[in-house]
Design a binder for this molecule. Structure first.
Ligand SMILES: N[C@@H](CCC(=O)N[C@@H](CS)C(=O)NCC(=O)O)C(=O)O
Length: 360
């Protein structure tokens, strides 16, 4: 049986588990902490999730993990056959993975009910070897997460309204898409559905504050999350052949937010900086931690874009709005993440999204 090391409230483990359930691949969810040494030695970084196959090989990072599992199958995959729509899938998945992380962490750790719940779960999962009363361990966990992933990731009084607005925009954009079809690209789930399961499932649909907002504002998204978890989806079915109105709106949001962040992060990385500032949809973020991993995310998106033929690029260009989208086809900034140069992912030596795990 496949071993999945991770947390049962983790963004990316939830995404992976939804996929494994869909494919009927039995797995065991095991503690990261109890196996941290083996994970570090085998995979290169301790993060949730890390996978170990029955033959002992280690896999990291949910995007290449899903792509690799699909490459081992015959028949229709979760990657659209159409090259242009496949690019759209990679871009929207990356947006869900990397852009919605900040609001997901903000709702979980800034609101007291959400923090109480998550700190209790993580204390019981991760602090098994730490001595001391449970309430103190919960306080340590909450301080690490709120300090590192919220305050040190640019959430302040000035940016908080935008951080929350961007999460609500995601609710509205998915709600509008699911009014048209059962899954985000059509009649069966694709990489886009699994990507959005990251933030939508283990954070927004489960943490009390955003879950209540989802029930009120985006009930279709709430039921889509449950359906995605059930995993009993059709394997065949039509996908949209081109970018339609709901997808155009999702792409616009990705160009205005995620691609701006990827560009500014890559510029700062190229300049050797540890932090950067950016303006997104009129909101100024200061002192964001540079992520080498996200430089690689940009390199991957650029590679996918460059692989498209001229006709596919031309049909997508009207939906990839500048200035944000230009980072896909311009060489500003030049990037050199140095990560996975041999293209071994998901079997390469992994790195954490931020430094050694938590933004400083
Ligand atoms: N790109 C990775 C990201 C994995 C990740 O960052 N997971 C989070 C938890 S959901 C984590 O382990 N963070 C490190 C930490 O908290 O120390 C993936 O898609 O699997």
């Amino acid at each position: 049986m496949i071993r999945v090391y991770g947390s049962r409230i983790s963004y990316y483990a939830g995404k992976l588990e939804a996929y494994l359930r869909y494919r009927g691949m039995p797995y065991q969810l095991l503690s990261m902490i109890d196996h941290a040494k083996e994970i570090q030695a085998g995979a290169g970084a301790v993060q949730s999730p890390v996978v170990q196959l029955e033959d002992g090989r280690w896999l990291s990072d949910t995007t290449p993990i899903l792509v690799w599992f699909e490459s081992q199958r015959d028949g229709p995959t979760i990657l659209p056959d159409d090259a242009g729509m496949r690019f759209v899938a990679f871009l929207l998945e990356d947006h869900a993975d990397e852009w919605l992380w900040r609001p997901a962490m903000h709702y979980r750790w800034s609101y007291v009910q959400d923090r109480d719940h998550a700190s209790g779960v993580l204390t019981d999962e991760l602090m098994t070897a730490t001595k001391g009363p449970r309430y103190l361990k919960r306080r340590m966990v909450a301080r690490r997460q709120l300090g590192g992933f919220v305050r040190n990731d640019g959430v302040t009084d000035a940016t908080r309204p935008h951080v929350e607005a961007t999460a609500m925009a995601a609710y509205d954009l998915l709600e509008a898409t699911l009014a048209e079809r059962p899954y985000l690209l059509g009649e069966r789930p694709t990489l886009v559905d699994f990507g959005f399961m990251g933030p939508m499932f283990r954070h927004f649909a489960m943490d009390p504050t955003p879950a209540e907002l989802m029930r009120q504002r985006a009930p279709r998204v709430y039921t889509w999350v449950a359906r995605m978890w059930e995993g009993n989806h059709p394997d065949t079915g039509t996908l949209v052949a081109e970018v339609d109105a709901p997808l155009a709106a999702l792409l616009r949001e990705a160009c205005e937010t995620h691609l701006v962040q990827l560009r500014e992060n890559a510029r700062a990385h190229a300049a050797g900086a540890s932090h950067f500032a950016m303006e997104v949809q009129g909101c100024r973020y200061e002192r964001l931690p540079v992520s080498r991993y996200r430089v690689w995310c940009l390199e991957e998106l650029r590679r996918h874009w460059a692989e498209l033929d001229a006709a596919a690029q031309a049909s997508l260009r009207p939906h990839l709005l500048e200035p944000g989208a230009a980072v896909l086809w311009s060489d500003d900034p030049k990037t050199d993440s140095g990560y996975d140069p041999e293209r071994l992912a998901p079997f390469n030596r992994a790195i954490n999204v931020f430094g050694t795990g938590v933004p400083r």
